[in-house]
Design a protein around this ligand. Structure first.
Ligand code: MCA
Ligand code: AMP
Length: 497
């Protein structure tokens, strides 16, 4: 396929030029025509800054209409969009800049991190925005192979450092088109968007579904129960992580009347409990549609729009995606647990400059090894049962313990550490640090040290001092023992919580 995602999106929006595309509380609204004009101006501004096709544009900004226009401008120019968490610490930003070697770094106007790379700011006071306003030169899309990289998203790595997942135009097109169809999007839809836009979920799944059908998006700066309650009566679809739904359910004002215009709530990025599914149904009459995805593969499975949405199951493989569960080189029987593997056009191209890690992620026949443990029933429905890695998912954000352990071990009084995820009523799992230290350690100082180095979602919610870590006969730290011992740390029955 030789398509550029920009062409597909702009073609899909052709008949809806005057329609409201983005509705925000801070920046007003934009029709599709206004949005594409703005995206084109950003493409021209990037070009004026010397950015060329295939070069990386690293974006560390808060969520806004302008940033979405910048994303679409990058697609148009063929530049590789690299969004990172706007709350990343300077150490994290230096790592991303060193690794991605971007041609340009984009910050919010009030940011101060200095890098050797050219940087511009975006938003009402931003330098790139001024350049875009003065620049409406038409950008010609250069010859494109569908496998060209459209975006690179950092995912945390088992070895401690995040790695850049390169995602092609083709992968984004095929995932977007499939989702748009199976979730029944059309021009009358109004998507309530409260997700962050530096992940596959909020950036690709949500934005592409809406654009491919000419739908409207109510764009909230971030998830806030009050703003969601206020916007629900004007919306038809909401996408969220389980924490959004548990937070909504803990608010008494959330009720069926507010949801009367809604046709679909989707959930993913982390496991949703059957309890949340049924409490949501009891309160609103809606069954949340759970789907399963991964940065490297986009959305892999989904419960059906029409048909049974079974709590505890993440549904069926998307059209065009092959799914299997395998163990020791053989495909598992129905209901037998193994590692979930997927193949199809949605898959990423590989990790940026990490050929070995890329090949370790794929089987010889092209199936991607997700690391998730699950089983398929005889109808092809997938049930996830856990993860084969120590990955922690907190509020939909992924944390690899190694990255946090390296940061803890950097603190001179820490002798060794183990980081685990334990059940948490709000976040699903919370990061907990188990630390062996010399007598003089100050936990508040350790906490400050971590705060300077790691973004909020990676910071342990609790630090526990122990005299030694449990090890097996091979000397390996037994994380499962630690997880079992501290499983009740945040439970309501735990009085110290
Ligand atoms: C912020 N904090 C967190 C998290 N987020 N701590 C743990 N887990 C988090 N996810 C920190 C803050 O820095 C702050 O620290 C403290 O916790 C309290 O923050 P709070 O106000 O509660 O956080 P929030 O701003 O409300 O954010 C929580 C959130 C947010 C709403 C759950 O993290 C969120 O929107 N998550 C969605 C993530 C997502 O979209 N994931 C998709 C990736 P302090 O108090 O020290 O300042 S997965 C994906 O894309 C695949 C393809 C898929 O399947 O979807
Ligand atoms: P990320 O690397 O941020 O894209 O996160 C991908 C991981 O999130 C997957 O490998 C799963 O472990 C997890 N995940 C995504 N959706 C679901 C879901 N519906 N249920 C359970 N885990 C999920």
């Amino acid at each position: 396929m030789s398509e550029n995602l920009f062409n597909i999106l702009s073609k899909a929006c052709e008949g809806n030029q005057d329609k409201e595309f983005l509705v925000t509380s801070n920046y007003g609204t934009a029709s599709y025509a206004e949005f594409f004009d703005r995206a084109g101006r950003y493409a021209a501004a990037l070009q004026a800054c010397g950015v060329a096709k295939g070069e990386r544009v690293l974006v560390k900004t808060s969520k806004s209409m302008d940033v979405l226009a910048l994303y679409v401008g990058c697609l148009q120019l063929g530049a590789i969009y690299v969004p990172v968490n706007p709350l990343s610490t300077s150490d994290e930003v230096y790592f991303f800049v060193d690794d991605a070697e971007p041609a340009l770094v984009i910050f919010d106007p009030d940011e101060e991190i200095s890098t050797d790379v050219q940087s511009e700011s975006i938003g009402p006071e931003g330098s790139l925005t001024s350049l875009a306003e003065a620049n409406n030169r038409e950008i010609t899309i250069q010859a494109h192979d569908g496998t060209d990289v459209a975006a690179m998203l950092y995912t945390s790595g088992t070895t401690g450092r995040p790695k850049g997942a390169m995602i092609s135009h083709l992968a984004l097109i095929s995932n977007g088109v499939a989702l748009n169809k199976i979730w029944g999007f059309d021009t009358t839809d109004v998507l309530l968007h409260s997700l962050p836009i530096f992940h596959v979920h909020g950036l690709f799944v949500a934005i592409h579904c809406a654009m491919l059908s000419g739908a409207t998006i109510i764009l909230l700066d971030k998830f806030s129960v009050d703003e969601v309650l206020e916007s629900l009566p004007r919306s038809t679809v909401m996408m969220g992580v389980p924490t959004y739904y548990t937070r909504l359910l803990s608010n008494e004002a959330f009720n069926a009347d507010l949801c009367s215009g809604m046709r679909l709530f989707t959930s993913g990025s982390a496991p949703m409990t059957e309890q949340t599914h049924s409490a949501f149904h009891d309160r609103t009459g809606h069954r949340i549609l759970e789907r399963y995805g991964m940065t490297e593969a986009g959305i892999i499975t989904s419960n059906p729009l029409n048909g049974d949405r079974i709590p505890g199951s993440v549904g069926f493989a998307l059209p065009g995606m092959e799914l299997r569960v395998a163990i020791d080189g053989r495909t598992c029987d129905a209901h037998e647990n193994g590692i979930v593997e997927v193949k199809g056009d949605h898959l990423f191209n590989g990790y940026w400059r990490q050929a070995e890690k890329t090949s370790a992620t794929f089987q010889n026949d092209g199936f991607l090894i997700t690391g998730d443990i699950g089983n398929l029933d005889e109808h092809g429905r997938l049930y996830l049962e856990g993860r084969s890695t120590d990955l922690i998912i907190s509020g939909g954000e992924n944390i690899y313990p190694k990255e946090v352990e390296l940061c803890l071990d950097d603190f001179s009084e820490v002798l060794e550490s183990a980081v685990i995820g334990v059940p948490h009523p709000d976040l699903g799992e919370a990061v907990v640090a188990i630390v062996v230290a010399d007598g003089s350690i100050s936990i508040p100082k350790l906490r400050d040290h971590v705060k300077k180095k790691l973004v909020g979602s990676k910071q342990p919610k609790e630090y526990l001092l122990v005299s030694e870590l449990p090890r097996n006969t091979m000397g390996k730290v037994q994380k499962s023992t630690l997880r079992n011992s501290h499983a009740d740390l945040f439970s309501e029955n735990n009085e110290s919580y």
